[in-house]
Design a protein around this ligand. Structure first.
Ligand SMILES: Cc1cc2nc3c(=O)[nH]c(=O)nc-3n(C[C@H](O)[C@H](O)[C@H](O)COP(=O)(O)O)c2cc1C
Length: 226
């Protein structure tokens, strides 16, 4: 399995440890990993070049496009962010901003419709679930077929101090999700919600006279045929 993992932090703390719990569950794997902000340090400047002119004209394309290529190569996309003030880290959000042009409303990458996504987050108390949900929302709008979320309140000073019973529960849950991912590898198909959203966006693209770059993409993919 080809796995691309993006860490919303550069240190190997609780979220990294949680990610390893999952990665250990996949035997035959090739992992490509990115740590933020090192891998993509710049904020989106809001120039809209990606959306109107093309992603290669983004001022930060040199950093962003290698990540995009790795996402396209992956069977499983893993996004892992600690919860900072009730949501993802700023650096993770910064990367996601750079990928707006790949939303279903613009130029979704067709291979996303056959991929699986896993979103991980840790918090001390509150916010990990919300963090995972927000990031998962982005994967949904990229068109990722099957998305799993695991937002985990650590409830301890750090990973090594999680009470044994709780750790067993976490491991059980992680194993269960990993099993489902392995089973679906190469066989993920978009669910009803994604298909519905795609149809709505298709209607929009049929009447799109404001962004030729997006419309060309939909025509080239053959998505606007009746
Ligand atoms: C700037 C900052 C903000 C945080 N905000 C929250 C929060 O809103 N809720 C929470 O429960 N924990 C919060 N935490 C704690 C972290 O989410 C928690 O320690 C997490 O497991 C850290 O993961 P890491 O070791 O991968 O960095 C915050 C930590 C930092 C540094």
């Amino acid at each position: 399995m080809n796995i691309t993992i993006i860490y919303g932090q550069k240190h190997k703390g609780n979220t990294w440890r949680l990610a390893q719990l999952f990665l250990d569950q996949f035997e035959e794997k090739q992992i490509t990993e990115f740590y933020l902000p090192e891998s993509a340090p710049a904020y989106c400047s809001g120039c809209l070049n990606c959306i109107y002119k093309g992603e290669t004209l983004c001022p930060h394309a040199k950093a962003v496009q290698p990540i995009v290529n790795a996402l396209d190569e992956a069977d499983l996309i893993v996004m892992a962010s600690p919860c900072y003030v009730m949501n993802m880290t700023g650096q993770m959000k910064t990367l996601l901003d750079h990928l707006a042009y790949r939303y279903l409303s613009h130029r979704p990458e067709p291979s996303m419709f056959g991929k699986q996504g896993l979103v991980l987050s840790t918090a001390t108390g509150l916010g990990a679930r919300k963090t995972a949900k927000t990031i998962a929302g982005n994967l949904f709008f990229w068109g990722v077929a099957k998305i799993y979320r695991f937002g985990m309140p650590i409830g301890a000073a750090d990973f090594d101090h999680i009470p044994k019973k709780r750790m067993q529960k976490i491991t059980r849950k992680a194993n269960g999700i990993a099993r489902r991912i392995r089973k679906k590898d190469g066989r993920a198909r978009p669910g009803l919600k994604t298909r519905l959203m795609f149809s709505i966006m298709k209607l929009g693209q049929k009447n799109n006279d404001w962004n030729p770059r997006d419309r060309e993409h939909w025509v080239r993919q053959g998505w606007l045929k009746a």
